[in-house]
Design a protein around this ligand. Structure first.
Ligand SMILES: O=C(O)CCC(=O)C(=O)O
Length: 482
């Protein structure tokens, strides 16, 4: 077993004493991890899912959610870069957990303990929307990924869609449950998104590696990363591992950990544990998502380079493979960004047209929405310049805002989110007048989106000056992968 160099502990902060702005400045914008305490006290999950002695209430799960089909990892079997997974019902999982608990020592002797089961990626909210097990803390509400997936599918392409995709890509809000000894191998999160993970009961040990060191856990060709940092790690295959320096965090029940973009981490349940976790992104980490997509695209292209000349639609094949491997392709990501841009533009215009009295902190919300638009613009510029051109089959129209029910839903959810974050009353202003000039804009490509955003940002600048809000360079996205 390798001796890890541990440089420090992840900071702990009482979430009740932290404002949203402080969280953004100190952790989200700087891409640093933090443990937040005191935010789960009134969660229904913390009452219903836990026995009086602080253990998972397994009978409650069987009784109430027993029929759900879930993914269960066998922590003792590796399959490629992850653990081997099987599908079973929650009742079967609980039964197996109990069986192993009852004959723990015998199983341990027989080496079965290594094969401890871990229920992962259970789309609980999607399956039980009325149960309200928890409320997403304020700090994590600016979540474009789940907000978007509540109204749209990631892939509109019906040919490429399967039943499994429909469930596994339906959202990124999960429940995890595992006995002491269950664990998650070293990885950085899907899409290089942020995640947050809340311990309903139990205890986890997290080991984090800062993105500036991520190359140290890769092989010489930067193709494969280490699976288990506690295993014997071959110095021939991973020659730089010994130089890596880690952050540690012991997460107790009631603690919520914020995992920033691109931080590799390995997680061990030190007790029987239930946790809730979401993956998410927003204007602050959009560059991480684009950076991963463009690297994965290069890889997908390189992989099939030798059939380029005999391929009718080489680019289309690269994009299909990218969607299959990474979970979305350039068009999926671009469509998400364009729709988010429309929703932000329309919200920003209603804010600027409202009475100042309707809004508590006008300046913060205007700056935030302008920041969102400029970070979308920045990525669109990169997309425009990069390889793998994006041209949607059907153009997206700002005029559809009032007729497309999915778009209306997205827009309303975004407005509600920013109302909560910035303490606003419902806005009465109708943005349609202000949007008049842009209404007929159609977006099909990153070029089109950049032009639309330029028009919108110019208009916003004029209107902001009218309301005495000075937009500065600070309202523009700065953080991202180095
Ligand atoms: O809790 C775990 O086992 C893994 C969670 C995780 O990796 C994450 O939230 O990113």
């Amino acid at each position: 077993m390798t001796n890890l160099k541990i440089e420090g502990q992840v900071e702990r902060v009482d979430g009740r004493e932290l404002s949203y702005g402080e969280f953004v400045d100190r952790y989200m914008a700087k891409n640093l991890p933090v443990v937040l305490t005191g935010l789960m006290d009134c969660w229904r999950a913390c009452r219903d899912w836990v026995t009086p002695d602080g253990k998972p209430n397994l009978s409650f799960f069987t009784l109430n959610f027993g029929a759900s089909r879930v993914q269960v990892a066998d922590c003792g079997s590796r399959e490629f870069t992850d653990q081997r997974r099987v599908e079973m019902s929650v009742s079967e999982f609980v039964e197996e957990w109990r069986r192993r608990q009852e004959c723990g020592d015998i199983a341990n002797l027989a080496g079965e303990f290594r094969h401890v089961l871990y229920l992962k990626d259970w789309h609980f909210v999607r399956e039980y929307p009325d149960y309200e097990a928890y409320r997403t803390p304020l700090f994590f509400k600016d979540d474009w990924l789940n907000l978007y997936l509540d109204h749209y599918r990631m892939h509109e392409d019906s040919e490429a869609r399967s039943e499994t995709d429909d469930v596994s890509c339906s959202d990124y809000r999960f429940v995890y449950m595992g006995a002491k000894g269950s664990w998650t191998p070293l990885h950085a999160d899907v899409f290089r998104s942020y995640s947050w993970s809340a311990n309903v009961c139990g205890k986890k040990r997290w080991l984090f590696l800062s993105p500036s060191q991520h190359h140290l856990v890769f092989d010489r060709h930067m193709k494969h990363s280490i699976y288990d940092i506690y295993d014997e790690v071959s110095s021939t295959i991973f020659p730089n591992f010994e130089k890596s320096v880690w952050f540690e965090c012991i997460q107790e029940s009631g603690d919520i950990i914020f995992v920033p973009s691109g931080w590799y981490h390995q997680v061990h349940n030190m007790d029987d544990t239930i946790s809730i976790n979401h993956n998410w992104f927003n204007g602050h980490n959009l560059t991480w998502i684009w950076d991963l997509l463009s690297r994965d695209y290069d890889e997908a292209k390189e992989y099939i380079e030798d059939i380029r000349d005999i391929c009718d639609d080489f680019e289309g094949l690269c994009q299909r493979n990218l969607a299959a491997n990474t979970g979305m392709n350039f068009s999926d990501f671009f469509t998400l960004m364009a729709r988010m841009a429309f929703a932000n533009v329309s919200h920003l215009f209603s804010v600027l047209m409202s009475n100042k009295e309707e809004i508590n902190d006008l300046s913060s919300v205007v700056k935030h929405l302008s920041f969102n638009l400029s970070s979308i613009r920045k990525i669109s510029m990169n997309m425009k310049l990069g390889e793998g051109s994006v041209r949607l089959e059907n153009e997206l129209k700002l005029a559809d805002i009032s007729s497309d029910s999915n778009f209306l839903g997205l827009s309303i959810s975004l407005n509600e989110t920013y109302r909560t974050l910035f303490g606003m009353t419902p806005l009465l202003a109708d943005a349609s007048k202000a949007l008049e000039d842009l209404k007929w804009s159609q977006v099909r490509s990153p070029e089109g989106l950049v032009s639309l955003l330029d028009l919108a940002l110019a208009k916003i600048n004029i209107d902001s000056r009218r309301t005495n809000i000075l937009l500065t360079e600070d309202n523009f996205a700065k953080t991202g992968p180095s």
